[in-house]
Design a protein around this ligand. Structure first.
Ligand SMILES: Cc1cc2nc3c(=O)[nH]c(=O)nc-3n(C[C@H](O)[C@H](O)[C@H](O)COP(=O)(O)OP(=O)(O)OC[C@H]3O[C@@H](n4cnc5c(N)ncnc54)[C@H](O)[C@@H]3O)c2cc1C
Length: 471
C-alpha cells in the first residue's frame, strides 16, 4: 500500500513502494561534516551508518555535486558511452564553478547563471569540441540536460532566473552527501524528545499574525501581549514573540493578509524579488532494473535539443521533456528497484495537475523511447506535489536575478524595525529562505531557527541590557 504523510517543520514525506520508506522531500544531509548541525545531531542520535560518519566521508569535498555513477540514455533509444559524457560533465562543472566566482568580486558579465553558461558554451565549445557535427549536437543536447538538472538543484523554472552575482552566496560544506537509513523523521523524533510534552500544537494553520496589537487592537485585561496569532479555525494565541518559519512561497502568496499591520515595504519587496520555485520527485518501482548494476543516476538526453534554450515551449504537450532523469535508490536490498525522478519548473507544476495514471503513462512512454525497450513498465508510481501543497506553495528558495544578500537580510529582519518605540522583537523570521549561505537546505533551516532563538535569549540576557525592563 502507498501512503504519504507530512511531518511538521520539514519537507519530508514518506511513502512505501513495497515495504520501503522513501522521502518525497529532503533526503540527503548536504555536506555531512562537523560544521553541519544536522550531521552533528544525526551523529549524536546515532542515526547514520558507520560509513557516513567516517572521517574519510567527512573530508571528501564534492563542491555540492556528488559524483554519482551515471548511465546516459538518448532519445534514439541508446546508451551513451563514457567517452562522450565524461568531457561534457567536466566542461559543465567548470562553467558552474566559474558562475560562482562573481559573488565576492562582483562585475558579473550577465544577469543570470543561465545566460552566462549558455554564452560560455557558445564561446568555448568550438575550442573544446573540435570534432564532427553529429557529436557536437549530442554534446549540446547534454548541456541542455545539465541545465535542466541545475533547475532541479536550484528549484527554479530556468537558470535564466537565477542571479549570476549572487550564485556564489550558496556555500557547500565538505562531506559526501549521506542519507538517514531510517528516514529524516528519526531526527525530528529525537529533537522532539528533548522538548517538554504537549508544547507543539498540530493542525492549527495560522491565518494572520497581529503585531503591535495592544496599540491597534482591543486591550486585553491584565498582562498585555503585543502579538496575537489568529488561526484559520478562529482560535487565538497571545504572545510576546512569534518566530515565523512558513516557506517563502507561502509568504509570497499571502503577503497581504498574513501579517497585520502588513510587512514594511522593503521586506515585502525582498519577498517578491527572491526566487521560490518547484522541484518535484517522481518515484517509480520496477520488477527488474534496466540500468547497470553500479549505476547511481540516469540522465536523459533529447537528441533534438541541440540549441541552448532550456524552456519547453508547450508545457502541456511536452512537460515530460523537463524530467531530467532519475537517481537509483541504494542499497537495492533496502529499496528494491526504485528510481527517483526529478522535474523542476512550470512543467513540474503542470505535472502536479495530472492524475497519477496520466503521469505513469507519460513516464512509461518516455522510458520506452529512451531505452528502446517497448515492454518496460513501472510497477508503481508516486510523486510529490509541492507547488499545490497549500502550506508550501513550491519547493525551496533561490537567489533570483537582481537579488543580493541584502534581500535575505531583509527577510530575516525582525519586527518592529529598529528605532521603533514599540515592544521589540515581536515578530522574528526563520526558515531556509532567511539563511544567507545555506538557503534551500535543512541545515540552513535549522541554523536559522537557532539564530532567532539566540536573538531572543540575548534579548533576555542581563549582560545585553536591563532584564527588568524587558520582562
Ligand atoms: C523535493 C525536495 C527535496 C529536498 N531535498 C533536500 C535534501 O536532500 N537535503 C536538504 O538539506 N534539503 C532538501 N530540501 C529542502 C528542505 O526540505 C527545506 O530547505 C527545509 O525543509 C526548509 O525548512 P523550513 O522549516 O524552512 O520550511 P518547511 O520545511 O517548508 O516548513 C515550513 C512549515 O510551515 C508550515 N506552514 C506553512 N504555512 C503555515 C500556516 N499558515 N500556519 C501554520 N503552519 C504553516 C508548513 O506546513 C511547514 O510545516 C528538499 C526540498 C524538496 C521540496
Amino acid at each position: 500500500m502507498l501512503h504519504s504523510g507530512r511531518h511538521p517543520g520539514n519537507k519530508e514525506h514518506y511513502i512505501t513502494p513495497g515495504d520501503n520508506i522513501v522521502e518525497i522531500g529532503a533526503n540527503w544531509i548536504h555536506g555531512p561534516s562537523k560544521e553541519n548541525p544536522v550531521f552533528r545531531l544525526a551523529c549524536d542520535y546515532q542515526l547514520l551508518d558507520k560509513e557516513s560518519m567516517s572521517e574519510e566521508n567527512q573530508t571528501i569535498d564534492i563542491g555540492g555535486h556528488p559524483l554519482f555513477v551515471p548511465n546516459w540514455f538518448i532519445s534514439a533509444g541508446q546508451k551513451l558511452g563514457p567517452e562522450t559524457m565524461g568531457p561534457v560533465m567536466e566542461f559543465f562543472m567548470k562553467l558552474l564553478e566559474k558562475s560562482q566566482q562573481f559573488h565576492d568580486g562582483g562585475g558579473e558579465p550577465l544577469p543570470s547563471v543561465g545566460e552566462f553558461i549558455k554564452a560560455e558554451v557558445e564561446r568555448l565549445a568550438p575550442e573544446e569540441w573540435k570534432e564532427d557535427q553529429a557529436n557536437i549536437a549530442i554534446k549540446m543536447a547534454m548541456i541542455n540536460t545539465l541545465l535542466k538538472l541545475e533547475c532541479c538543484v536550484s528549484g527554479t523554472h530556468t537558470m535564466d532566473d537565477v542571479g549570476l552575482g549572487a550564485f556564489g552566496m550558496y556555500k557547500t560544506l565538505p562531506g559526501l552527501d549521506c542519507t538517514f537509513p531510517g528516514g529524516y523523521e528519526g531526527l525530528i523524533d529525537h529533537m522532539m524528545m528533548e522538548l517538554p510534552k504537549d508544547v507543539i500544537l498540530y493542525n492549527k494553520p495560522v491565518k494572520c499574525i497581529h503585531w503591535n496589537y495592544t496599540k491597534n487592537g482591543p486591550k486585553t485585561t491584565g498582562t498585555s501581549f503585543p502579538v496575537m496569532i489568529e488561526c484559520v479555525n478562529g482560535e487565538t494565541f497571545a504572545a510576546d514573540h512569534v518566530i515565523i518559519t512558513v516557506p517563502l512561497g507561502y509568504l509570497k502568496k499571502h503577503q497581504s493578509t498574513f501579517l497585520s499591520p502588513p510587512l514594511p515595504l522593503h521586506k515585502l519587496h525582498s519577498i517578491q524579488r527572491m526566487g521560490f520555485g518547484t522541484n518535484n520527485k517522481i518515484f517509480l518501482e520496477f520488477e527488474q532494473p534496466f540500468w547497470d548494476e553500479d549505476c547511481e543516476v540516469i540522465y536523459l538526453v533529447w537528441e533534438d535539443e541541440t540549441h541552448l534554450a532550456d524552456v519547453v515551449s508547450d508545457v502541456k504537450m511536452s512537460w515530460i521533456r523537463k524530467l531530467i532523469g532519475f537517481n537509483v535508490l541504494k542499497p537495492t536490498e533496502r529499496y528494491g528497484h526504485v528510481l527517483c525522478g526529478w522535474i523542476a519548473g512550470w512543467e513540474s507544476e503542470y505535472m502536479e495537475t495530472l492524475s497519477e495514471l496520466e503521469v505513469l503513462h507519460s513516464v512509461t512512454q518516455l522510458l520506452r523511447i529512451f531505452t528502446g525497450n517497448p515492454t518496460i513498465t513501472p510497477r508503481k508510481l508516486l510523486r510529490s506535489r509541492w507547488f499545490h501543497d497549500p502550506y508550501s506553495c513550491g519547493s525551496y528558495t533561490y537567489v533570483a536575478k537582481g537579488c543580493s544578500g541584502y534581500d535575505i537580510d531583509n527577510l530575516a529582519e525582525p519586527l518592529p524595525l529598529k528605532g521603533s518605540n514599540s515592544k521589540p522583537l515581536q515578530v522574528l523570521f526563520a526558515g531556509e529562505a532567511t539563511h544567507g549561505s545555506f538557503f534551500s537546505t535543512v541545515h540552513g533551516a535549522l541554523l536559522s531557527g537557532w539564530r532567532e532563538a539566540e536573538r531572543l535569549i540575548t534579548h533576555y540576557t542581563p549582560a545585553s541590557g536591563s532584564v527588568s525592563s524587558k520582562l
